[in-house]
Design a binder for this molecule. Structure first.
Ligand code: PRT
Ligand code: ZN
Length: 288
């Protein structure tokens, strides 16, 4: 009997995307061992092999056919110029690639950087951005601690990833321009044979179900029947809320799914509308 092949997925070994990438696969019920220092692992209950790599290497590994799919920051993908396809935005590792200048320096537009020196680990993205705006500047490519470059007199500005902004702040820099927004994405090699394509479709089905679950909450509540119409109006549900009579006459139990982003707002309005015993639960997987 022919052994089923494994789809090979590349994830970051250790860094900002590692925990969420591994967590996502685990929430898809893909069980594997990722002990410290492990470079690859075979899933126990899904035809998947996981490669743990440096994030910068992931696009190349996929393009070269060493891995089939991967989880990587859009910033890395864009910088690599790789022709892998983004299949899904994953909602973690959110940041932006921004230009920053020393606090107090006059800045009105990108044109102010003409002839200036800019330190970055993203020379390709920055180069394209400057070119699009017809600005010629000198790009200094450095691989780490970009934010110290102006302070030590190496450059006039930086172009680096920002999330909270505290690194820029502590280094006396002000963000003046967003070059790109980024988050972790699921990417794939264009050409997959039928067998791998089918495995990928199953994995994607699970990833989407986990993603949808994370964006929603399951809500249960009791409401007196005379308030039911008002309560139900606040609850869209997947199709519409489930309403069932309680053992106590005159009361109903209402079940529904609501967006996680503003669920507190809805809960407050439900309470004000007469709902009682409101329970809000996390969802593991949600298939529309
Ligand atoms: O070893 P390996 O090469 O795999 O890892 P790495 O050190 O190159 O990458 P890592 O783990 O730092 O980041 C992996 C990915 O996380 C990046 O490619 C981005 O897609 C994403 N990400 C999200 C970030 C940030 N947020 C982020 N804030 N990557 C880096 N930073 C750095 C930034 O460079 C700066 O030094 O954090 C600092 C700024 O953070 P704030 O919060 O002070 O603004
Ligand atoms: Zn890296």
């Amino acid at each position: 009997m022919r052994k089923t092949r494994n789809l090979r997925i590349a994830v970051q070994r250790s860094g900002r995307l590692s925990e969420s990438s591994v967590g996502l696969l685990r929430r898809c019920d893909v069980g594997f061992d990722n002990g410290l220092g492990k470079l690859r692992s075979t899933a126990r209950d899904f035809p998947l092999e996981i490669f743990f790599l440096r994030d910068d290497d992931i696009p190349r590994y996929i393009e070269d056919g060493v891995a089939d799919v991967g989880i990587v920051g859009e910033n890395i993908l864009e910088e690599s110029g790789s022709n892998t396809d983004i299949v899904e935005r994953l909602g973690f590792g959110k940041c932006r690639l921004s230009i920053a200048v020393p606090r107090g320096d006059a800045y009105t537009s990108l044109a102010d950087l003409a002839g200036k020196r800019i330190a970055t680990s993203y020379p390709n993205i920055l180069g394209r951005h400057l070119c699009q705006h017809n600005v010629e500047a000198e790009i200094h490519t450095i691989s780490g601690s970009v934010e110290i470059a102006p302070g030590i007199g190496l450059t006039d500005a930086v172009c680096d990833l920002v999330s909270s902004g505290s690194t820029l702040l502590t280094n006396g820099l002000t963000e003046v321009e967003t070059v790109m927004m980024s988050e972790a994405v699921l990417v794939r090699r264009r050409e997959l044979d039928a067998e791998l394509e089918a495995i990928f479709a199953s994995l994607l089905f699970r990833i989407r179900a986990v993603g949808a679950a994370a964006r929603n909450k399951y809500i249960l509540l009791n409401a007196p029947n005379e308030k039911l119409a008002e309560v139900v109006k606040l609850l869209p549900g997947i199709k519409s809320p489930t309403v069932m009579p309680l053992a106590e006459a005159g009361w109903s139990s209402v079940h529904s799914v609501i967006g996680a982003a503003d669920h507190w707002n809805i809960v407050e309005r439900l309470k004000a509308a007469g709902a009682e015993g409101i329970l809000v639960l996390s969802i593991d997987q949600m298939i529309g």
